[in-house]
Design a protein around this ligand. Structure first.
Ligand code: IFM
Length: 464
């Protein structure tokens, strides 16, 4: 196999997780409650499927050394995790909780001792509940609150963490948490969308600024991007796809890169569109060292009259869907990376999340757990990543979502994304076949992607 069909030697190979989804013990050692803790324990019944909560999750808070050993066993050289803001600052601002800091200190040292690079995300959806009482992401002051929190973390871990991300998937935070209320904090208010998005981006800029004063390595933001394809050739569907693209993709990418918000948005949101000053845009456009791209699917889109963006998702017939109802569409990863490259030039890119929930066997048989659909999924998407590299994308690393089965937010524990199966009754971890496959890809720098795999039948997925 020629070098063009191999990932570079210095490629970062990782797996990703986030604090609330795996840690458990959300109030341990002086931590304050987050909006997710509150959402899960809402009076009259929590808002997570099956009454699930993050109280125990994967008990990573106590088992992190075992989990780091799993990362090492897979041969990965990077691990992406997030920090819980309310472990560090229980009320979101003010007093620092040293025992919360000490947890991440131990985690970082344990990773480094195994030769694994920590990639830290400062915010993966778990706002301190006390800040939500003061308006949360709707309050412009949140940019300062976030920068102050980030500064504490930079000072504690900055000497050892080479790769930082400010915010994970601001679009989801805004759309799920404030517009549709399906995610914490559960607000349902179309008019909250644009100011929340703007404040998330301002907070990102303020944290990057704080980092430049403290840190010397790499910082960026993680966006979940998906190509929006019109469902038909009609001008109405074409316009709907453009609006969906402006809302989900360009609303976040353009201002981070120093360009204005997409023109479609003030039109869509009317009076709800916030006053955007040049000073705000300058804050948002702090130079970043890389962009993190989370890719799961494309969005086939048709016109619809429903607010806010008058567009609806279409599920193409004949496609393969994951357990979360997402179309499996590997070419969209190459398309997304090329699309980003057109806008970012040579800025380093990482695929910071990619993966799928499929039904797994309930228990391991002889220590084995076969997950052929997930193997096929990773195989096709890693080939798509390699194709992007071949076409000149400056792709520096790939993180599988997720290392472990974990709490899939409002969908609870039933949706399993892990490379490693977690038996929640016993907390026993069992690497799935996809974990072994991913380890082979890493070890061979991609050659394993082109070898026949005993679990993957050619007919299993149409694009294989
Ligand atoms: O589990 C989430 C993660 O927290 C953010 N990105 C998408 C994943 C799958 O839904």
């Amino acid at each position: 196999m020629s070098e063009v069909n191999r990932f570079p030697e210095d490629f970062l190979w990782g797996a990703a997780t986030s604090a609330y989804q795996i840690e458990g013990s959300p109030l341990a050692d002086g931590a304050g409650p987050s909006i997710w803790h509150r959402f899960a324990h809402a009076p009259g019944g929590g808002h997570i499927a099956n009454g699930d909560t993050g109280d125990v999750a994967c008990d990573h808070y106590h088992r992190f050394a075992e989990d780091v050993a799993l990362v090492a066993d897979l041969g990965l050289n990077a691990y992406r995790f997030s920090i819980s803001w309310s472990r560090i600052l229980p009320a979101g601002r003010g007093a620092v909780n040293p025992r919360g800091v000490a947890f991440y200190d131990r985690l970082v040292d344990t990773l480094l001792a195994r030769g694994i690079q920590p990639a830290v995300t400062l915010y993966h959806w778990d706002l301190p509940a006390a800040l939500d009482d003061d308006g949360g992401w709707r309050n412009r002051d949140v940019a300062d609150w976030f920068a102050d929190y980030a500064r504490v973390v930079f000072r504690a871990l900055g000497d050892r963490v080479p790769l930082w991300a400010t915010i994970n998937e601001p679009w989801v935070i805004m759309d799920g948490g404030y517009v549709h209320g399906t995610l914490a904090p559960g607000h349902r208010d179309v008019a909250a969308g644009p100011p929340v998005a703007h404040n998330l981006l301002r907070a990102h800029g303020a944290a990057v600024q704080a980092y430049r004063a403290e840190g010397k390595r790499h910082i960026g933001i993680v966006l979940n991007l998906e190509p929006k394809h019109p469902a038909s050739d009609t001008p109405q569907d074409g316009d709907a796809a453009r609006r969906a693209d402006a809302y989900m993709n360009r609303q976040f990418l353009e201002p981070v890169l120093g360009r204005p918000y997409p023109a479609e948005l003030p039109e869509v949101f009317g009076a709800a569109w916030p006053a955007v000053t040049d000073a705000d845009l300058r804050l948002i456009a702090q130079p970043i060292d890389y962009l993190g791209v989370n890719y799961y699917k494309r969005g086939v889109t048709r016109h619809d009259d429903a607010p806010p963006i008058k567009a609806a998702a279409v599920l193409p017939p004949g496609a393969v869907y994951t357990e979360t109802g997402w179309e499996v569409y590997p070419p969209g990863l190459t398309e997304t990376l090329l699309w980003v490259r057109e806008r970012t030039g040579d800025l380093p890119l990482y695929v910071t999340e990619n993966g799928a929930a499929f039904v797994d066997p309930p228990t391991a048989t002889n220590g084995r757990m076969d997950d052929p659909l997930r193997v096929a999924y990773y195989r096709a998407h890693l080939r798509a990543a390699l194709e992007a590299l071949r076409r000149g994308v400056n792709l520096r690393g790939y993180f599988a979502w997720s290392l472990l089965d974990n709490l899939e937010w409002s969908l609870g524990y039933a949706k399993r994304f892990g490379l490693v199966h977690v038996d929640y009754a016993t907390q026993r971890r069992t690497p799935k076949a996809s974990a072994r496959f991913y380890a082979d890809v890493v070890r061979t720098r991609g050659a394993a992607l082109f070898e026949p795999h005993p679990l993957v039948l050619p007919a299993m997925m149409p694009w294989m």
